[in-house]
Design a protein around this ligand. Structure first.
Ligand code: SF4
Length: 352
């Protein structure tokens, strides 16, 4: 995937973006996007994707999606005469990602128009659409702007689609009314991201994201409404969330809330995630810093020996608790195996 292909629709502008609102230390801006549905050809991924927002207020330390925000900022500010203050450029890019959120306020209308294009619906019926590959579609902004809900209303008008929603937020349960309609008319699964059930650890790693307990409750509610819920244990953080007792506690909790299946993937560290994550490790887990630098010295992946050991651990624990390990064929055929070294799914879903 190239960075330039991810947001092919954003024009260069020589002005600041319109400010829509503020909430504590977060500012919301109107996104200049003129399309919302990214095709597999545009992103290089094997599925369609939609991101209702640019940036994400949950601010996970390991988030890889920060690059998307930086790319957008640069496009907005690099043309001749552009304001250097398109939004929050007083903040370093990694922090602007969390505090300067762009709202795709016309996304539902754009989606309706894009679905009406010849051939798009047919393609979508054979492939899968993933909502939330580079942002959380149910981050706090969604309470006010309701962009994701608007998109789901458009999707609910259609039949025969394959839809995956990725989130860390229990706000997804607000939309159970629409989700059940989509479930009845299409193939729906919600992927809730959860890497630990240790509340204190989660707070250090994902400082503004909902607690593990809140996410577990949302899984239970979705399952009570017969909605498939896969759980993305992504990324598994070496030395931090991968101990046998941690994996055991996590899968045990997922069994209790009847999660439909579990996918897991070890941390990948590409350039922009590395510039945020390694200093974070140095500050928060200094005893692990040199091991991380060694493990990721020659690439973005930790070694195959570690990954195959992790796969075996998850498989065994899932079997013990009766939780399906890995994605069901209908999902894996379209999104791939998250554990595989070149998994497109893992590349797209690492953050959320
Ligand atoms: S990992 Fe997901 S939830 Fe966390 S900041 Fe990135 S996009 Fe948001």
């Amino acid at each position: 995937m190239t960075q330039t292909s991810f947001f092919p629709d954003i024009p260069r502008v020589a002005r600041a973006l319109p400010l829509l609102g503020e909430q504590k230390d977060i500012r919301y801006f109107a996104s200049p996007s003129r399309s919302v549905l990214n095709s597999p050809a545009a992103t290089g991924m094997g599925f369609w994707s939609i991101n209702p927002y640019l940036g994400c207020a949950f601010g996970c330390a390991y988030c890889y999606a920060r690059y998307a925000h930086r790319y957008t900022t640069e496009r907005l500010t690099s043309s001749d005469g552009a304001s250097p203050a398109a939004f929050g450029d007083e903040l370093p890019p990694w922090l602007a990602f969390e505090r300067r959120i762009m709202i795709k306020h016309s996304a539902p209308a754009l989606l309706r128009r894009e679905l009406a294009r010849a051939g798009t619906l047919e393609a979508l019926r054979n492939e899968r659409m993933v909502i939330g590959t580079a942002t959380d579609p149910y981050q706090p902004a969604e309470r006010r702007y309701r962009i994701t809900r608007g998109l789901l209303e458009v999707i609910a008008e259609q039949r025969g689609m394959g839809v995956t929603i990725i989130t860390k937020s229990p706000l997804v349960t607000r939309d159970i009314d629409i989700l059940t309609t989509i479930r009845d008319r299409s193939r729906l699964c919600v992927h809730v991201s959860l890497i630990t059930v240790d509340r204190e650890l989660a707070r250090r790693l994902e400082p503004r994201a909902p607690t593990p307990e809140a996410r577990l409750r949302s899984i239970a509610r979705l399952r009570e409404n017969d909605i498939e819920v896969g759980v993305n244990v992504m990324p598994v953080l070496p030395g931090i969330t991968d101990a046998p007792h941690q994996v055991d506690a996590l899968i045990c909790a997922l069994a209790q809330v009847r999660a439909s299946y579990v996918g897991a993937c070890a941390l990948r560290l590409r350039a922009t995630a590395r510039t945020r994550y390694l200093p974070f490790i140095a500050a928060e887990f200094p005893e692990l810093e040199s091991a991380y630098r060694r493990a990721y010295a020659t690439g973005h992946q930790v070694g195959e020996r570690y990954r195959s050991g992790l796969r075996a651990r998850f498989k065994a624990v899932c079997e013990r608790y009766g939780v399906a390990y890995g994605y069901p064929p209908a999902v894996e055929n379209q999104l791939g195996d998250p554990m595989s070294a070149d998994s497109q799914l893992a590349l797209a879903l690492e953050p959320s």
